[in-house]
Design a protein around this ligand. Structure first.
Ligand SMILES: CC(C)(COP(=O)(O)OP(=O)(O)OC[C@H]1O[C@@H](n2cnc3c(N)ncnc32)[C@H](O)[C@@H]1OP(=O)(O)O)[C@@H](O)C(=O)NCCC(=O)NCCS
Length: 274
């Protein structure tokens, strides 16, 4: 393991939540909004957006190329109420089709949600066996969805960056979530931002999911001598990979119809894996 640097806890040792956390998140959202492609704006969403967010999620889930990519059965609590209310922060990206200033709020085309568990709330830090004392400093990279017509324009990458900045600003040193092994675009993007698949876990009954994690106080280094490629279709059955190390990224091999996706697996430098 990399050496852990003790982090100074901001805000007198208690995690910010509620309106104070929203204010921190809103400030960080200004940078994202300033850099969006033409016709798009961003704003914090709140409980008044509940129907908008719920409908959008149902629409995107209905269009998934593989239903396993996102299963609402794997969620805990009330996703919409939690992430628009006290237990989370959600940014929405909107497309304005009319003239600017026409008074319409625009069409929701993407969101990114960050969960801020507290107290006895479900906390993915437990799946990672984090010490109890660290659980208040966990943020959940809960989910992001982009309208199919707006994909490939960097919206997901931007929403990942925004959530990383907000979690770090709030002193939530652990960013954690679960992702389908087959949704390699999603976990590949997260791994590209240092949020690596560390374990396989079962959620919502019998769904096998990657538990992905970044600790802002650690800077893990890949031991390339241990590199191994595992086809993404096989990853859900490869618990052994996570006994030896973890996944560092995704790799494409081949072109066109022959293109295949692989997980790049291996040890962390300095770890005592096999
Ligand atoms: C997974 C998902 C969120 C990706 O969204 P997206 O907005 O298309 O992703 P991005 O545009 O950020 O990235 C896709 C590609 O766009 C390209 N791109 C274009 N402009 C870019 C920019 N400004 N910055 C970064 N990448 C950019 C990149 O090449 C990137 O390639 P990569 O996959 O090799 O990194 C989207 O497919 C989706 O909503 N899927 C269904 C729901 C889901 O699975 N959600 C995730 C689980 S919660």
């Amino acid at each position: 393991m990399s050496a852990r640097i003790p982090m100074t806890l901001p805000f007198g040792g208690a995690p910010l939540c509620g309106e104070a956390a929203r204010a921190v998140a809103a400030v960080r959202l200004q940078a994202l909004a300033a850099d969006l492609p033409d016709g798009l704006t961003a704003r914090m969403m709140d409980l008044d957006d509940s129907n908008l967010l719920a409908d959008f999620r149902v629409r995107v889930v209905a269009t998934l190329e593989d239903p396993d990519h996102y299963r609402m059965a794997g969620e805990v609590g009330n996703f919409v109420a939690d992430h628009l209310g006290e237990k989370g922060l959600t940014a929405g990206i909107f497309r304005h089709e009319g003239r600017s200033g026409d008074g319409s709020g625009g069409r929701l085309v993407a969101y990114g949600a960050l969960g801020l568990p507290s107290g006895k709330d479900p906390n993915r830090g437990r799946d990672l066996d984090l010490p109890e004392a660290e659980l208040p400093w966990v943020a959940h990279m809960s989910s992001a969805m982009v309208d199919p017509s707006e994909r490939g324009r960097g919206l997901h990458h931007r929403l990942i960056d925004w959530r990383i900045e907000v979690a770090e600003a709030l002193g939530r040193r652990h960013l954690i979530t679960t992702v389908s092994t087959r949704n390699h675009r999603s976990w590949g993007h997260l791994a590209g931002h240092g949020i690596y698949p560390k374990r396989l876990v079962r959620v919502g009954g019998d769904l096998v999911r990657l538990l992905v994690h970044r600790d802002f106080t650690a800077d893990p280094i890949f031991d390339t001598a241990s590199a191994e490629l595992v086809a993404v279709e096989e990853l859900a059955g490869r618990w052994d990979v996570f006994e030896r190390g973890h996944v560092w990224g995704r790799v494409a091999v081949g072109d066109g119809a022959a293109l295949r996706w692989y997980a790049l697996c291996g040890r962390e430098k300095g770890s005592a894996g096999a």
